[in-house]
Design a protein around this ligand. Structure first.
Ligand SMILES: Nc1ncnc2c1ncn2[C@@H]1O[C@H](COP(=O)(O)OP(=O)(O)OP(=O)(O)O)[C@@H](O)[C@H]1O
Ligand SMILES: [Mg+2]
Ligand SMILES: [Zn+2]
Length: 560
């Protein structure tokens, strides 16, 4: 029988305990400073190092060189209290799950007063302390409150709230945390290296995700994968099938199909899931995870650099493109849809059917009165109002409507007062469909492309179909465009991905006009960071300082 990885790699010192520096550092300081308390409470989720820390604390207190946070490792006490050592008569571990009754507590209380046999401290480690009964805690209260000098209690528990408050208030409480994905990954990598195990790098994120932040669970999963691996080591394919998670390639396919409004593609993906014998719920969960990653990536372009995202660098470009293609509003709408679907899927006998319904809902055009749509409409209406403001008072309506209207750059409607905004929302939501929209059923009906009903009276019939936006403006050549793109990429990959989705429709007279197909894209291109990078790069490469304008011009039936 081989010893499980998580037992072979039990930390022997605070330094080996990773990801819990917020508790180990102050604890080590207290020990080194000689400020030893008589009772400690280690709380936190399972498998994150509580029991290990309790043992390390005992080892630190009893090291012949100590008390020290860096036990020497060679003295009799250190050897016997090492993770693979025989243990010490003065360090007593009690599993409260099986010994939490009042009799056990009384028994403990009596023995606690005997001095340690061969060590400095007598340490009681009460593991799973939430299982101690109230009477049990009450029996311990006195000894915890007025212990002999040599006595130290360490309570370890996943549920500190269940520890009797009178006991809890006599302890120093150290809350452990779930381990961050990046830290967990490093731990797994180091251990695999020591084990000289062959593992494809793409396997680690799967293990980290499946382990849910618990070091013990993650190590157990890795153990199982290693046990079942052939001479080629642990491959992504074998891990995916053993863990029952969805292959990234299938998620990519689904996301791409969603972004392209390719319904057959989406349903083909669902079919593949079911054909391969996977659980539709699992697929939905993984899809939700992916949407989360894209949302994060969309909001924090360098998310993979600062550990918000565990994504291999070679996938980052693709994920960036996916995030940019869908945009934050659509992403969060889809995430909501999947999340709701997952709740509905719980306990259903027809999960495939529900998954298909969820997909159908994600493919639906945006709800006419949803907040996203209303914000989009608000922006358009605001632009129109701005134009109306800048119009001279009494102009011949015929003349006015023939003058081409130049849209102003998209801006967030931040300068509106809240009442104005409310009024506008009410107004936009109530905007009736225009004739153009009715005539073109393939376009989502949320996009008023001609002036509003009020304006219509002033517009001669032949002008009514003239789009408000510059739909027909052909793209223009921008000198040194590829160079510009790659320079922007240096600044931000997201900015580049966004720029690639824009068409330049003017590059003259000190203006670089970028035309995009959605308000969401325009907003993102217009945000301070991205626009700042564009400005900087344009000046560097094209010479003159340029005014950069971002214009929304929906093309054909492109997704909103
Ligand atoms: N912070 C950590 N650093 C390195 N390894 C860890 C850490 N936490 C846990 N482990 C690994 O997980 C194993 C179990 O840890 P430990 O028994 O200390 O967890 P626990 O918090 O007491 O869990 P439980 O609540 O389930 O009792 C350790 O032997 C070690 O391999
Ligand atoms: Mg434990
Ligand atoms: Zn020692």
């Amino acid at each position: 029988m081989t010893l499980a990885l998580y037992r072979r790699y039990r930390p022997a010192t605070f330094a080996e305990l990773v990801g819990q520096e917020h508790v180990t550092a102050p604890l080590a300081k207290a020990i080194d400073g000689g400020r030893i308390n008589h009772a400690y409470l280690f709380s936190g989720p399972r498998g994150c190092g509580k029991t290990s820390s309790a043992r390390i604390l005992a080892r630190s207190l009893n090291c012949e060189e100590g008390p020290t946070s860096t036990p020497c490792g060679v003295c009799t006490s250190c050897v016997s209290l090492a993770p693979d050592g025989p243990g010490s008569i003065d360090v007593i571990e009690i599993d409260a799950a099986s010994h939490g009754g009042v009799d056990d507590a009384r028994d403990l209380r009596e023995r606690a007063f005997y001095a340690p046999v061969s060590s400095r401290y007598k340490v009681y480690i009460v593991d799973e302390a939430h299982m101690v009964t109230t009477q049990g805690f009450n029996a311990l209260l006195k000894v915890v409150e007025e212990p002999p000098d040599f006595l130290v209690f360490v309570f370890a528990t996943t549920e500190p709230d269940k520890v009797l408050p009178t006991i809890r208030s006599r302890t120093h409480h150290y809350p452990f945390r779930l381990m961050a994905p990046a830290i967990m990954r490093r731990l797994l990598e180091v251990i695999s290296e020591v084990e000289t195990a062959r593992i494809e790098p793409s396997v680690f994120p799967l293990v980290v995700r499946a382990g849910g932040g618990s070091a013990r669970d993650s190590l157990s999963i890795l153990d199982q994968l290693l046990a079942g691996a052939g001479p080629e080591g642990v491959t992504y394919k074998s891990a995916v099938s053993l863990l029952g998670v969805t292959d990234d390639a299938l998620l990519d396919e689904t996301i791409d199909a969603l972004a392209a409004h390719d319904a057959p593609g989406v349903f083909r993906a669902v079919d593949q899931v079911v054909e391969a014998g996977h659980d539709p719920r699992r697929f939905a969960t993984d899809l939700l995870d992916r949407l989360r990653d894209l949302i994060v990536l969309d909001a924090v372009p360098d998310a993979s650099g600062n550990d918000l995202l565990d994504c291999p660098p070679d996938r980052l470009d693709l994920m960036n493109q996916q995030a940019a293609a869908l945009g934050s509003a659509t992403l969060s709408r889809m995430a909501d849809t999947v999340h709701e679907g997952l709740t509905e899927m719980r306990g259903t006998t027809a999960p495939r059917l529900l998954l298909e319904l969820v997909c159908a809902r994600m493919l639906l055009p945006v709800d006419n009165y949803s907040a996203d749509t209303v914000v989009g409409r608000l922006e358009r209406l605001e632009r129109r109002l701005q134009m109306a403001d800048s119009r001279p008072e009494h102009v011949d309506p015929h003349k006015r409507s023939r003058t081409p209207v130049a849209p102003s750059p998209t801006t967030a409607p931040s300068h509106l007062s809240s009442t104005e905004a409310t009024r506008l929302i009410a107004l936009t939501a109530a905007t009736p469909l225009t004739t153009t929209e009715k005539a073109e059923p393939d376009r989502p009906p949320t996009r008023p492309l001609v002036p509003l009903a009020n304006d219509r009276r002033a517009v001669p019939p032949e002008e009514r179909h003239k789009p408000l936006f510059e739909r027909a403006t052909p793209p223009v050549e921008v000198p040194r465009w590829p160079e510009l793109l790659s320079a922007v990429r240096q600044g931000s990959r997201t900015a580049e991905a966004l720029l690639r989705q824009a068409r330049a429709t003017q590059a003259s007279n000190g203006v670089l006009k970028l035309t995009v197909t959605s308000a969401a894209l325009a907003l993102r291109l217009n945000d301070e960071i991205h626009k700042g990078i564009l400005h900087h790069v344009a000046r560097q490469i094209l010479g003159d300082p340029l005014e950069i304008q971002v214009i929304v011009a929906p093309v054909g039936g492109a997704p909103y």
